[in-house]
Design a protein around this ligand. Structure first.
Ligand code: FAD
Length: 488
């Protein structure tokens, strides 16, 4: 029988995992990668970049880090080597088309102006929760990214039955702040010296580099026990009451952790204590590991810290528009570490304006997906790698497993309405604890439980009641996950 073709866009962590899991289920993957090599963000990071997640958390469930890597937080070269050896070990390379940039994807005959429901029913797709007889196909238009001149000559169209978008959230479209006219980078000509000032808008908690996340912090924030202290999407009255009863404990734990951090890092001396609780940074994925020797540099004066709500450019550097207007900052170089607009990249890959608006509405910077993977109104397509967690590799692997099982007809999706209701419940959770965003860190066990139940697997992966309650969960707990039987 002919193997069904799945188009995977991107060969970073998420694309490699998607390729592995769909291959295992007998599909024919084609991975389109615009770069000459695999690894995504890890192929072009500054020299000093290290993992912020520990290597136990940032590992494939069935492919441990080599014993030669001793560091708890390996550097970007080691991460890239690890990803390359994973792809090599599993024989994924023949499925990757390097230097092949996807210009857009187009489903069936969705026309501009066609109303949402019409577009959906016209195209067929997953209206009965399965996709055994898809009525539509996706057309993926690519170009040869290595050819600079006349790239249109290398355009090709590939037809696939299902698309998995793994194009990454932290690259591509930079998130450059908006500036008033003549106050943006164009106003900036040069400076006379090279001071290094770190400008920031909001304060966040960061953990000392020597505190292993799989120690006490992990028990307090990454276990079933810690999840009892948070309201969950779709929880019943008992769990809700328990959260209320445990709220003093949650507050106390957060205070204790904050005291420890303040003891280890001189936050008070530099007026860097955030006004919000530590737990708020955990639930919003805003927690970072303090770079090694950072405060030594602050102490010696080679890093200056400056908080400002707003800034603009002028000919010699930056000005600040805060109420307590401070002197302008003369500078030779400005590095905008302001993140990326991943949702814009995602929107642009769709040819259809209808799907562009579905995936991330114009005013909406959050991509909300059923089980973190599927947009209820976009058929035969999944997105991997857009919601964050304390280790994105781990989350992407769980999602790819779930998706591959769905593709194999291992379970059916609920109705569009039910999926949208579930998405709304998660949105409510995100808004309650993290003012939006899509971070599953603090509920990752609850979230994985849902994936496991869909797949017909036992979500309880630990040995014994106390281990189940207090031991933190991580990728290796799911190494031998055996999905249940196929649904007929
Ligand atoms: C500096 C840095 C440090 C990080 N540290 C951590 C950490 O410590 N822990 C953690 O959990 N996460 C970390 N992250 C987040 C990181 O993005 C994820 O961990 C993970 O690597 C993302 O993998 P991905 O495959 O989803 O996306 P990416 O790595 O971004 O890969 C996307 C791939 O898609 C390709 N692509 C995009 N568009 C197209 C197109 N149109 N056609 C063809 N190919 C396309 C890109 O070339 C790229 O190879 C970090 C990110 C950065 C930038």
């Amino acid at each position: 029988m002919e193997r069904r073709v799945i188009g995977i866009i991107g060969a970073g962590v998420s694309g490699l995992l998607a390729c592995k899991y769909v291959l295992e289920k007998g599909f024919e993957p084609i991975v389109f990668e615009s770069q000459p090599g695999l690894g995504g963000v890890w192929t072009h990071t500054p020299e000093t970049t290290k993992l912020q997640s520990s290597k136990q958390a940032y590992q494939f469930s069935d492919f441990p880090w080599p014993s030669s890597v001793k560091e708890e937080y390996p550097n970007h070269n080691l991460v890239l080597k690890y990803l390359e050896s994973y792809a090599f070990h599993l024989g994924l390379l023949p499925y990757i088309k390097f230097n092949t940039k996807v210009i857009n994807i187009n489903y069936c005959s969705v026309q501009e102006g066609e109303d949402d429901f019409h577009a959906w029913s016209h195209c067929g797709g997953t209206t009965d929760g399965s996709w055994s007889n898809p009525k539509g196909k996706w057309e993926i238009t690519t170009t040869n990214a290595a050819v600079q001149e006349h790239p249109e000559q290398g355009h090709q169209v590939h037809e696939v039955e299902f698309v998995i978008l793994c194009i990454g959230r932290f690259s591509g479209v930079p998130n450059i702040p908006d500036f008033p006219p003549n106050k943006g980078p164009e106003a900036f000509i040069n400076g006379i010296e090279n001071p290094c000032t770190l400008l920031f808008r909001n304060l966040h908690w960061s953990v000392p580099a020597d505190s292993s996340p799989f120690g006490v912090l992990a028990v307090l924030y990454l276990s079933r026990f810690s999840e009892l202290m948070l309201h969950k999407p779709g929880e019943g009255p008992f769990l809700s009451l328990l959260v209320t009863l445990l709220s003093p404990l949650r507050w106390t734990i957060s205070k204790l952790v904050e005291s420890y951090i303040k003891f280890k890092i001189p936050l008070k001396r530099y007026n860097l204590i955030p006004a919000h609780r530590f737990s708020a940074d955990v639930t919003s994925c805003s927690l970072a590991v303090t770079p090694e020797n950072f405060y030594d540099r602050v102490e010696e004066g080679s890093i200056l810290l400056k908080k400002s709500k707003r800034f603009s450019f002028y000919a010699n550097g930056l000005t600040f528009d805060d109420d307590d207007a401070t002197a302008p900052l003369e500078t030779d170089i400005v590095i905008l570490g302001t993140g990326y607009k991943g949702e814009v990249k995602l929107r642009k890959i769709f040819k259809s304006p209808t799907f562009q608006n579905y995936i991330a509405g114009v005013l909406n910077s959050t991509v909300t997906l059923y089980r973190g993977c599927i947009h209820p109104r976009i058929p035969q397509l999944a997105v991997i790698g857009f919601a964050e967690s304390y280790a994105n590799l781990y989350t992407s692997e769980m999602r790819c497993r779930w998706l591959a099982h769905f593709l194999e007809e291992g379970f059916k999706l609920p109705s569009i309405k039910e999926m949208e209701k579930d998405v709304l419940e998660w949105e409510k959770y995100m808004k309650r604890y993290s003012s939006g965003g899509a971070c599953v860190t603090a509920l990752h066990v609850w979230y994985n439980d849902q994936l496991c139940k869909d797949m017909g697997c036992n979500p309880k992966r630990k040995k014994g009641y106390f281990a189940e309650l207090f031991q933190p969960y991580g990728p290796t707990d799911y190494a031998n996950l055996t999905p249940g039987k196929k649904i007929n």
